[in-house]
Design a protein around this ligand. Structure first.
Ligand SMILES: [Zn+2]
Length: 61
């Protein structure tokens, strides 16, 4: 699994930090969706909505 990174200001650390979260493997989900004639699309959507939010790489929040 890859990671998506974002730069921002962490309120817990009180300074600029790098934020990271697990990336959704869209290519894999696209292949499964095509293979199952679109039946996988709702599962894919749910995974995108429920994926973990960004975490600060310094404090973990
Ligand atoms: Zn932080």
């Amino acid at each position: 699994m890859g990671y998506e990174t974002m730069h921002g200001f962490c309120r817990t650390c009180g300074r600029a930090s790098v934020f990271q979260r697990e990336a959704v493997n869209h290519i894999l989900h696209l292949l499964i969706t095509l293979f199952l004639c679109g039946l996988w699309a709702p599962v894919w959507l749910v995974l995108v909505i429920l994926r973990p939010s960004y975490r600060c790489t310094n404090c973990g929040r």
